[in-house]
Write a protein that binds this ligand. Structure first.
Ligand code: 13P
Length: 297
């Protein structure tokens, strides 16, 4: 059984100085390619469904794809809800079998954000589900969530410390200067802020807006305490281009399975490259054994 909560997963990643790749699937094949890539790399992986994807397919369909793939995996696999804003959707993820959920109330005042996060933690704790919450506001476009440049703001380290003291999060999404989607200018990542929040909270941090950050920036963020790196936009481009490129090199091919194979191979290549970049290679079986041993005690 390799369905794992992000809580033990990211504690181990933080301790050992690497990050777990978190990808947003858009269909069954992209979800499968994530697990195939993770197994090839012997690495843990986080499959994170957006709210939009859940609304499109429904909780039950997504979980019915995920469960057999993850159960047969030899590496730890988490099913996570990315940027949950709808409390009913979050509760249903916990009830259906997601191993972690994000409550994103970052657009609410601090006290209200804390209050709804506490409610989600109460539901999640009953089922051993990990929770991610956000403070500050991460800019850019993430599915249906649009945060304009003028509304995006960095997390305050005092707030971050207080937030993480009041709730026991599996992972903390503090706004540290990254943004969702491709960057239009130079990303302005606040490394000192990551270091300070990491030191003051002791909680694994999530790096949102992973698409378009160069390797050096990502490596620095991981070294400073980011234990989960999110990639969505990059995947969407590879998903679409996988089809288009196959058509360009094989005009006249109307066998859909050839397109699906080409798309799968392109996605798998991306996932392997990201897992390697974030340092997860070779960490899967040892992490699984460590978590299973702790849970058995
Ligand atoms: P990108 O779309 O920039 O890869 O960001 C993904 C993300 O942070 C999902 O929450």
């Amino acid at each position: 059984m390799a369905l794992i909560s992000i809580k033990p997963m990211l504690k181990i990643a933080r301790r050992d100085g690497y990050a777990v790749a978190a990808f947003n699937p858009v269909d069954y094949a992209s979800m499968k390619a994530m697990i195939v890539a993770a197994q090839e790399c012997n690495a843990p992986v986080i499959i994170q469904t957006s709210a939009k994807t859940i609304r499109y397919y429904g909780h039950e369909a997504l979980f019915s794809w995920f469960r057999p793939l993850a159960e047969n995996a030899s590496v730890p696999v988490a099913l996570h809800l990315d940027h949950g804003k709808d409390m009913q959707m979050i509760k249903k993820c916990i009830d259906v079998g997601w191993t972690s959920v994000m409550i994103d109330a970052s657009d609410k005042p601090f006290e209200e954000n804390l209050k709804v996060t506490k409610q989600v933690i109460a539901w999640a704790d009953e089922k051993g589900v990990g929770v991610e919450a956000e403070i500050g506001e991460i800019g850019g476009v993430e599915e249906d969530i649009v945060v304009a440049e003028e509304d995006a703001h960095l997390a305050d380290p005092d707030d971050a410390e207080r937030f993480c003291r009041e709730v026991d999060l599996g992972v903390f999404a503090a706004a540290i200067g990254t943004a969702h989607g491709y960057y239009h200018g130079e990303p302005n990542v606040q490394f000192d802020l990551i270091a300070e929040i990491n030191k003051r909270t002791g909680t694994p941090m999530a790096l949102h807006g992973g698409t378009g950050l160069d390797e050096e920036t990502i490596a620095k963020c991981i070294a400073l305490g980011c234990s989960k790196v999110n990639i969505s936009t990059n995947l969407k481009h590879v998903f679409i281009d996988g089809f288009i490129n196959h058509q360009k090199s094989n005009p006249g091919d109307y066998e859909p399975l050839n397109y699906l194979k080409a798309q799968f191979a392109a996605l798998e290549e991306l996932f392997i490259a990201k897992i390697e970049e974030f340092g997860g290679v070779g960490k899967g079986d040892v992490m699984l054994a460590e978590i299973q041993k702790t849970e058995a005690i």
